[in-house]
Design a protein around this ligand. Structure first.
Ligand SMILES: N[C@@H](CCC(=O)NCCCC(=O)O)C(=O)O
Length: 246
């Protein structure tokens, strides 16, 4: 094994910055990777371009798919509704990274929108708005009128399922929740790692892979204190270290 920190590629999103179009990653994702011993680099949408992609991923030991207020394009999972919050550049890059991680065994952690992308990559589907589905009663979506520290408070439990990777952590945890969309049909080859008490899918993994996990909550927010965040990031960076590009 080499003696350097594992390089973790973090997918960037389209954002308006000071009135101009830009590509950005929230600091908390960068800090969480850095805190647990990774060396974060940010990948803009142009990383998906042929020639660029191959050169960049050759230097990458692990991949982080972040949350985002944008949504996966409905056509990617066979739906036809109009999506007002698209980020097609992010979609293209994330789906390419997922294919690469799947084929090459590169460790990948997928958070919130990232989990939704991971499910769609494996041919699963999404509910465009879980509030329109009967039976979900937990407060999965934040109240945007509240300050951010309130929005990111833990609000419901997740029940960890037997036979998965999270079971080594424990049986249950209390998590934050800031999403309107949710997993409908679980993707092929995926294992359901965690469920909310109302049955909404909160965690998925590809068990045949060294480390590919998606979570619907935000472990990056309270990354240094929250026990399940510690577990997830420690495992992720551990497997990325083992995968170090030669
Ligand atoms: N847009 C999707 C995914 C929600 C999500 O990723 N929220 C993250 C907010 C910003 C962040 O903290 O990264 C949905 O609504 O389901």
């Amino acid at each position: 094994m080499q003696n350097r920190k594992p390089i973790i590629a973090i997918v960037a999103c389209h954002k308006m910055i000071d009135g101009q179009s830009g590509q950005a990653v929230y600091q908390k994702y960068i800090d969480a990777v850095h805190f647990y011993g990774g060396n974060p680099i940010l990948l803009p949408n142009t990383a998906a371009a042929e020639g660029n992609f191959e050169a960049l991923v050759a230097a990458v030991d692990g991949i982080l798919l972040t949350g985002s207020y944008s949504n996966v394009a409905p056509t990617r999972y066979g739906a036809a509704h109009i999506e007002e919050k698209e980020d097609l550049g992010r979609d293209e890059l994330s789906f390419k990274l997922l294919a690469y991680a799947d084929k090459q065994g590169v460790p990948l952690l997928a958070i919130c929108r990232g989990l939704q992308e991971m499910n769609v990559y494996f041919e699963g589907t999404l509910y465009p708005d879980w509030r329109e589905v009967e039976g979900f009663y937990e407060p999965h979506l934040e109240d945007a009128s509240q300050p951010l520290e309130v929005q990111y408070q833990p609000v419901h439990d997740v029940i960890i399922q037997a036979g998965g990777r999270l079971k080594a952590f424990g049986d249950k945890w209390h998590v934050n929740s800031l999403h309107k969309q949710a997993i409908n049909q679980v993707g092929k080859r995926l294992f359901v790692e965690a469920l909310a008490p109302d049955g909404l899918v909160e965690g998925i993994s590809l068990l045949e892979h060294p480390f590919m996990i998606g979570v619907q909550w935000h472990p990056e927010l309270n990354y240094a204190q929250d026990d399940l965040s510690k577990f997830l990031f420690t495992e992720f960076i551990h497997y990325a270290s083992q995968n170090q590009a030669q």
